[in-house]
Design a protein around this ligand. Structure first.
Ligand code: GUN
Length: 294
């Protein structure tokens, strides 16, 4: 039997709908939740993500601002832009689109974002709080994966979750969320990465398999245990001359083959991507609600 398709678009819509009354309460108090996104350079994929973030804010009646900096902007100038956003009371969320150009020290940039406005959850304070199991902004993509599972009644408790990819954006925080000692988590977690030996022997043991490496079609059907839940975080552009844009989006998972083995699977597009944006809106609303005077 073919796997259940996890509808990320639908779940994202639900999350956004649930935010509306919270936003309305903020507006009544004269607070317009606001997100500022900084993007350096003109990488098409990054520009497309940033546009989606702006559109989502617009749909919810939130304030959004995109600060486009040239690829050659200096570290000092970027830091100044962030410091100004830290000091601006109209800005509740700050997001610096990654990756940054090579001459920028990414760690130093993430350090300078006020943790109370760090809606990406990438600052060391939020990352540390996440690992310690404390209150924090949770990184949007892995938190979206948790939300997808929760809303599809997929309980990770006691399950073996295998994550492919050890990035700071997805792999590591995904593991931190799954091992939390709490409802909706409590998984046993293994992380595989580029130096892992005999990866398919490990992935085949996964009850929940999450791929976040950005390698189109990497996860083949023979790497997946029958009945596993497969979450595809990859969003890869592959050339497609027949497509209007000259490319199409595919995940890390060989979807057509894996869906015949898995019990549930996220498609690309229409899976994790949409939920990421919804979780970013959630974090921004939360940041606005956290203002001390409320
Ligand atoms: N680049 C890819 N994913 C993300 C994300 O979730 N946040 C930021 N800031 N950059 C990204």
């Amino acid at each position: 039997m073919s796997a259940k398709i996890i509808d990320g678009t639908l779940i994202a819509q639900q999350i956004m709908e649930e935010l509306k009354p919270r936003i309305a309460r903020l507006l009544e108090k004269g607070i317009v939740p606001g997100l500022s996104v900084i993007i350096m350079g003109e990488d098409p994929a990054s520009l497309s993500y940033v546009k989606s973030k702006g559109k989502a804010c617009e749909r919810l009646g939130m304030r959004s601002e995109t600060i486009m900096l040239s690829e050659t902007t200096s570290q000092a100038d970027l830091m100044t832009v962030i410091s100004n956003l830290n000091a601006n009371p109209k800005v509740h969320g700050i997001l610096v689109q990654l990756p940054l150009p090579k001459h920028i020290n990414e760690d130093a940039v993430l350090e300078v974002i006020n943790p109370e406005k760090d809606v990406d959850g990438f600052s060391p304070i939020n990352m540390g709080r996440l690992l310690a199991g404390g209150e924090c902004f949770k990184p949007c993509t892995p938190n979206g994966v948790m939300e997808l599972m929760a809303r599809y009644d997929i309980d990770p408790a006691g399950k073996h979750a295998v994550i492919i990819g050890r990035s700071n954006i997805v792999g590591k925080p995904m593991a931190a969320l799954l091992i939390q000692k709490k409802k909706g988590a409590d998984a046993t977690v293994t992380i595989c990465h580029s130096r892992t030996k005999k990866m398919s022997a490990i992935t085949k043991k996964a009850d929940i398999l999450i791929s976040a490496i950005g390698n189109p079609g990497f996860v083949k059907a023979d790497m997946v245990k029958k009945g596993a839940v497969v979450i595809d975080v990859g969003i890869n552009r592959v050339e497609d001359k027949a497509a209007e844009k000259g490319y199409r989006l595919v995940g890390d998972v060989d979807f057509d083959a894996v869906k015949e083995v898995a019990s549930a699977i996220t498609p690309v597009p229409g899976g994790v991507g949409k939920t990421t944006i919804a979780m970013l809106m959630l974090n921004t609303v939360q940041a606005a609600e956290n203002i001390p005077k409320l």
